[in-house]
Design a protein around this ligand. Sequence first.
Ligand code: NAG
Ligand code: NAG
Ligand code: NAG
Length: 383
Amino acid sequence: MCDNFSTNSHLNIIMRNMRVVFITFIFVLVTISMIVPKTVEATRAFFVFGDSLVDNGNNNYLPTTARADSPPYGVDYMPTRRPSGRFSNGFNLPDLIGQHIGLSEPTLPYLSNELTGQKLLVGANFASAGIGILNDTGIQFVEILRMFQQFSMFEQYKERLSGEVGEVEASRIVNGALVLITLGGNDFVNNYFLTPFSPRSRQFNVPQFCTYIISHYQNILMRLFELGARRVLVTGAGPLGCVPAQLATRSLNGECVNEIQQAAQFFNQLLFQLIKDLNTQLGSDVFIVADAYQMNMNFITNPQSFGFVTSKIACCGQGRFNGVGLCTALSNLCPNRDVYAFWDPFHPTQRALEFIVRDIFNGTSEFMSPMNLSTIMAMDTSI
Ligand SMILES: *[C@@H]1O[C@H](CO)[C@@H](O)[C@H](O)[C@H]1NC(C)=O
Ligand SMILES: *[C@@H]1O[C@H](CO)[C@@H](O)[C@H](O)[C@H]1NC(C)=O
Ligand SMILES: *[C@@H]1O[C@H](CO)[C@@H](O)[C@H](O)[C@H]1NC(C)=O
């Protein structure tokens, strides 16, 4: 009896303990599965380099005319509906990409004084409107952050990040980050084609100029790799000859300007080959290239099927195609930005950018090479 009792109570205790262990185990599993995916997503930093298509406010802090910090810029920017320095009616390209990779807030401009402490861990935006691959691009905008300056700010950033989390963790954050670079458009519209006899157009014909700037783009991309970038989304040149600013000054009947279109396409051909070569040389798909030209041409040639009433007239501007001069408080402003492809004489609306971002994430290899961003994100989280 006595023996039996003690065996039973032993068994009871063991079973109770096992139940406790089991329940604890399940609890821990559930907790881990709740925490881990969020932490993984939240700790992937996002860095942005380039021009006005991706600047989210650095130029607000600089003495330059290339700025978007007054109304009606930001008229649809939620929740404030205030201008922020983004060259868009609402969100810009990095905002939309950031939202889809799970960032809870937009990456801050590097020059913002809010970018301190823990906020450094999620990345920073170094882009500056008006710049190009070449240092002589955008000289009319005076003080803007050219690529070598964006890179020296990035080095400064890495030191501040190391101060915050230590050198090992800082390298891990930079190596694990997604990087976006948008560059090259201004080398055409704000340099080579800026005036009929620009210094660069007297120096080079179009193919020579493309070859020349691509060789400098190669140095820029390799510098980014040296600085620790391991996943870099590179956007090719858009259809620069179709923007309202070009239609206003160089197009007779609203057709895209052929010479500029061909230059953008030739630049892209060289860029795609360069990306292929760099990845082969590095033995890894560090660089992914988005065919921004084709993505934009979809809605430029067929605006109605994307819900746009026009792809030629800018929402905000004046003169032919609302493409003359800048978008200011005195300009024409369309009531519904969602039915326009172009926001101002140079930049797409948020709505148009949403279509581009859809192609970046989910597009076929026709648009994204060597693969789309959804595939990249899935690969990177399973490491
Ligand atoms: C731009 O200027 C910087 C600093 O002088 C220089 O290091 C860099 O090579 C220049 N870039 C080009 C494309 O000429
Ligand atoms: C890509 O496709 C997935 C699955 O259909 C969808 O959940 C996601 O929102 C898409 N991403 C974009 C940016 O459209
Ligand atoms: C791009 O993304 C989607 C997932 O959202 C995938 O189904 C598709 O196969 C991808 N396309 C290519 C060509 O990688």
